[in-house]
Design a binder for this molecule. Structure first.
Ligand SMILES: Nc1ncnc2c1ncn2[C@@H]1O[C@H](COP(=O)(O)OP(=O)(O)O)[C@@H](O)[C@H]1O
Ligand SMILES: [Mg+2]
Length: 613
């Protein structure tokens, strides 16, 4: 009886292997453009037809190949970028596996034309499916042009899974955007059916590049980030709290020049935003991480978009800290461009008027002025008159000049420069037991009482934790709690951190504990709900992650418990007290969950509603 095992024909082996590298036209574009970048190209043009299903052509002005190299380039595991295992540990090129061209050749009709500076004639290679390659002379400028026609012509199962031209084109542009963000010095262009759809001029300034690739609208919300932390160098741009998306597609992360998809890094980004973005919203971030090549393993997957870090925690911490620090400096800007204000401005626009929402640094001058007054210095100076002042430039994050406008709001209309502490505004009353209505001169402000109080409590908790002096309040009668497994685990694992925050929790059987003290600042909060929520927060962020990573999120949860609610009636004395406290904290632009605390209107804006000029 014959055996049941047999060796697969080489053509089939190639097709199977190709499946790991080439998923759709966008993967072809990615691999070809990466090769162009590795070849030192300064200009790369990518032309696609029918979303790349009919044709992908990538033309570069890189170093080109000799005829011998051209013949070898389509042989599996042939590469010029790597010779030994040691080199793999220090690899700096985008490619290194020698798989892309042979994989593409196995599932398409491939034509490469290439010429080096020193060669008089160009060489041309034609290859289709499993056929033997044909080499010939050609005329062409220095550089390489790779043409991939009829992708998956010989793999109908794959071809069937390709989407519409529009969808495939969208994937192609997504990849070009990533590559373009990673290499701002390279001129990139994408043409679809002969029409230009994307063009990014070379720029030394990553911010300009982000403007070209992500659009002006997004660019205006980006803050520069630069920081070095535990051997990780971070540079990039992060959206202010006023720009967010409902998915993570706007998060672009690069490790040593390579775009990566990494769940843990993405999580670290979200942690950085935890206190300024509402649940379910995602920021736009372009962040390049540089670390010693030996600290990263890039050879995890054939598509090379996954990496492994030697010290994942340190990298995560660096990312979270860089973003959180940057946002703490700038978060007041977010509220200055708060949603309601912007909507209002758009609706109230009258013919012939400049749309106020288009004003670079955001929103009407009056709103900026008001929030400027709330902006306190991170250096901890008491704010005597709460005058309008631009945020102090963080020492670790010098703003590139092109972004200066974002960090230093345009000069404020002098009419609005009311040097009056918030508590001296006239308190008109409370709307729906939720919004405090204030006026001063020609200005009208609404303050969300819960958001304001939450921010105050949050900042006080944070300050006391920073100073290492969290006062705990002992409970007269300890409160006993039954917990689920993950909360119980969190309580045990983070006992020391919890104690540093003022929580003394004593285990009481495997799933129960008794609460002996809570932070004094939260003395009035319902104990059981507070402790459960805090333990949930520790659980959510994942077992074993460092406290520093989710400290802010825990504080935000705590603050929510210790704050007055919307709908809770406040006496005038309590309102004054609240406003007085709001002035004394570090920044009051948004609540710790990212909602605005205050929205301000001018008399002229109100007049605009009634079409009075
Ligand atoms: N655009 C190009 N310009 C110059 N050389 C290229 C180009 N594309 C491919 N090559 C050469 O072909 C080889 C094989 O490419 P590829 O299959 O993508 O593998 P890898 O990039 O992993 O080395 C590369 O190592 C490189 O030497
Ligand atoms: Mg390659």
């Amino acid at each position: 009886m014959p055996g049941k095992i047999h060796v697969l024909p080489s053509e089939l082996v190639d097709q199977i292997a190709a499946g790991e590298v080439v998923e759709r036209p966008a993967s072809v574009v990615k691999e070809l453009v990466e090769n162009s970048l590795d070849a030192g190209a300064t200009r790369v043009v990518c032309q696609v037809e029918e979303g790349g299903r009919a044709l992908v052509r990538v033309v570069d002005d890189g170093e080109g190949m000799s005829r011998e190299d051209l013949a070898l380039s389509v042989v599996r595991h042939a590469t010029s970028k790597l010779r030994s295992l040691e080199e793999l540990e220090r690899v700096v090129s985008l490619g290194f596996r020698g798989e892309a061209l042979p994989s593409i050749a196995a599932v398409s009709r491939l034509c490469i034309v290439t010429r080096r500076r020193e060669d008089e004639v160009a060489s041309r290679l034609d290859l289709a499916g499993g056929e033997p390659p044909r080499l010939s002379d050609a005329g062409a400028p220095v550089g390489t042009s790779v043409e991939v026609a009829e992708l998956f012509f010989n793999v109908p199962a794959r071809r069937k899974f390709l989407r519409t031209a529009a969808t495939e084109l969208a994937h192609v542009s997504t990849w070009l955007t990533r590559l373009g963000l990673a290499r701002p010095g390279v001129h990139l262009r994408l043409e679809h059916n002969g029409r230009r759809v994307l063009e990014a001029e070379p720029s030394a300034d990553p911010a300009q590049r982000a403007a070209a690739l992500l659009g002006r609208e997004v660019f205006e919300h980006l803050l520069p980030v630069a920081r070095e932390d535990g051997g990780v160098r971070l540079r990039g741009l992060a959206s202010d709290p006023n720009l967010s998306r409902n998915n993570a597609q706007g998060i672009h992360l690069f490790v040593n020049g390579r775009f990566v998809r990494d769940r843990l890094l993405q999580h670290a980004v979200m942690q950085g935003y935890r206190t300024v973005l509402p649940e379910g919203r995602y920021p736009v971030v372009v962040l390049a991480l540089e670390l010693e090549p030996g600290q990263v393993d890039v050879n995890v997957h054939p598509q090379k978009t996954e990496v492994r870090f030697l010290d994942t925690r340190a990298v995560q911490r660096a990312v979270t800290a860089a973003l959180a620090a940057r946002l703490a400096e700038a978060s007041w800007l977010g509220a200055a461009r708060g949603g309601p204000t912007r909507d209002y401005v758009l609706r109230a626009e009258r013919p012939g008027q400049e749309p106020a929402a288009a004003e670079g640094a955001g929103g009407p001058a009056g709103v900026r002025a008001a929030l400027g007054r709330f902006q306190a210095s991170r250096a901890g100076r008491p704010q005597a008159g709460l005058r309008f002042s631009p945020p102090p430039p963080g020492p670790a994050t010098p703003a590139p000049r092109a972004l200066a406008g974002l960090c230093e709001p345009a000069p404020v209309d002098p009419a609005f420069e009311v040097d009056r502490p918030l508590r001296e505004w006239d308190f008109v009353g409370t709307l729906w037991n939720t919004y405090l209505v204030l006026t001063a001169g020609d200005r009208l402000a609404l303050v969300d009482q819960h958001a304001a109080h939450e921010r105050i409590t949050f900042e006080r908790l944070r300050a006391s934790l920073d100073s290492g002096e969290v006062r705990a309040q002992r409970l007269l009668v300890p409160v006993q709690l039954e917990l689920d497994a993950s909360a119980a685990a969190a309580a045990a694992e983070h006992a020391a951190d919890l104690r540093s925050m003022g929580f003394e929790l004593e285990p009481f059987g495997p799933r129960a504990l008794s609460v002996r003290s809570v932070p004094a600042l939260l003395g009035a909060a319902p104990v059981a709900a507070l402790v459960r929520d805090v333990l949930d927060e520790f659980g959510d962020t994942g077992q074993g992650s460092a406290f520093a990573v989710h400290r802010e999120a825990v504080l935000a949860r705590m603050a929510c418990h210790g704050s007055v609610r919307a709908g809770q009636a406040l006496g005038e004395g309590e309102v004054r007290e609240l406003l007085g406290q709001l002035e004394r904290i570090d920044f009051a632009g948004t609540c710790p969950h990212g909602r605005p605390v205050l929205v301000e209107l001018g008399r002229d804006e109100v007049a605009g509603w009634f079409l009075r000029s």
